[in-house]
Design a protein around this ligand. Structure first.
Ligand SMILES: Cc1ncc(COP(=O)(O)O)c(C=O)c1O
Length: 373
């Protein structure tokens, strides 16, 4: 008789969904994991032109159109001074598929995958789906990932360690010194560093740096996407870049599971990457203003919260019963333990919502906090 595989039996549906389902219809949603801005017009036009010119009715190359991969290579040159061969990139169905490809191609049964806890929900689940063993590591007090903690967690069984900066759910940004350390660890221990950079452009001070800039081996692969930078989560377009031999292995999975990323989305992504970047700057400036409003509100409510430097999340420490009290008052926040055991006692607040709604929610949060303190 057919049973379910032990891999899927170990994975449960994300705790984030459960919160959404439990909330009332008029709730203010601070649980959102996507920008609330429109996709830039020139990106949409890229897809429209491709559709009108009949360029979307066929599979593209498995790796994606050459012109998109050139746009991706140009982006890494422009932003990081990195020379990437367009052949060493695969366009994927969002950053999510790219994470899956990296783990499927590099993890053998029982091998360990180290990732931040609290961290993005997919790292644990995709590790289990790849038949690997999740190895969550706790964060520093400021919610960044300590390279020393990663180094201490490495064993002979470690296949991959994940770095995510700017991070979901914390908004924390790793320093350049940390990124250099992650590259050193990948090189020295001969372990793959998976750098999840989907929030790379949503940084408020300084620039995001990638371990790919500092590694002297091919032990760093980078995953990114149009999803957050260009407010294109619905388009489902991301990518992975890495060395030729790693891309070739990942392509074996992608080719059979996906064939190619959606063609209209690829043309939109190419237009997004090669067109004007002002919409990104405007969105990031708006996120920074909102972050400050949220930080002020949370501090006024008496909550302790490290200042996040990126993404669009803050993660305050909260007293017991706080999330329930806030949810009861129809403000959706995500309990920190949805992101790993060490998230217990925290909550993730997303500010991908207009300032007026944020201010309304912060008043409710103030009352709710007073009620549980
Ligand atoms: C840290 C992180 N990585 C990857 C993803 C997946 O992004 P995509 O929508 O491109 O699949 C997300 C989405 O929330 C994320 O927060």
């Amino acid at each position: 008789m057919t049973e379910f595989s032990h891999r899927v039996e170990q994975v449960s549906i994300s705790g984030i969904r459960k919160v959404f389902e439990a909330a009332g219809e008029d709730a203010i949603n601070l649980g959102i994991g996507q920008p609330d801005f429109p996709t830039p017009e020139h990106a949409c036009q890229g897809a429209i032109d491709a559709i009108e010119n009949g360029r979307t009715d066929a599979y593209t190359s498995n790796k994606g159109t050459h012109s998109l991969r050139e746009a991706i290579a140009t982006k890494y040159d422009r932003e990081y001074g990195l020379e990437i061969d367009p052949e060493d990139a695969i366009a994927t169905s969002g950053g999510s598929e790219a994470l899956h490809l990296v783990l499927e191609a590099h993890v053998d049964p029982g091998q360990e995958v180290i990732f931040p806890d609290p961290g993005f929900v997919s790292y644990d689940a995709l590790t289990r789906i790849a038949d690997g063993t999740p190895k969550p590591v706790s964060l520093r007090e400021d919610l960044t990932l300590d390279p020393a903690a990663v180094e201490a967690a490495i064993t002979d069984e470690t296949a991959v360690f994940v770095v995510n900066s700017p991070a979901n759910p914390t908004g924390a940004v790793q320093s350049e010194a940390d990124m250099r350390e992650f590259a050193r660890i990948a090189d020295e221990y001969d372990v793959l560093c998976l750098s999840d950079e989907v929030y790379e452009h949503i940084v408020f001070e300084g620039d995001h740096r990638s371990p790919l800039e500092f590694s002297r081996t091919d032990n760093v692969v980078v995953v990114s996407a149009c999803s957050k930078t260009y407010s294109m989560t619905g388009w489902r377009l991301g990518w992975v870049v890495g060395s030729t031999r790693r891309i070739e292995r990942m392509l074996r999975v992608h080719q059979y599971a996906q064939a190619c990323a959606s063609a209209p989305a690829q043309y939109a992504a190419e237009a997004a990457l090669t067109g004007p970047q002002e919409p990104v700057d405007e969105m990031v400036a708006a996120f920074e203003r909102r972050r400050d409003v949220v930080l002020d509100g949370l501090e006024d409510a008496g909550l302790e919260v490290p200042t996040p430097q990126g993404a669009f999340y803050v993660m305050p420490k909260v007293p017991e019963g706080w999330c329930e009290e806030v949810l009861d008052r129809d403000v959706i926040v995500v309990p920190g333990d949805a992101f790993g055991a060490n998230g217990e006692g925290y909550a993730r607040i997303s500010y991908a919502t207009g300032i007026a709604e944020l201010k309304g929610a912060l008043e409710i949060i103030d009352d709710a906090t007073a009620a549980v303190k």
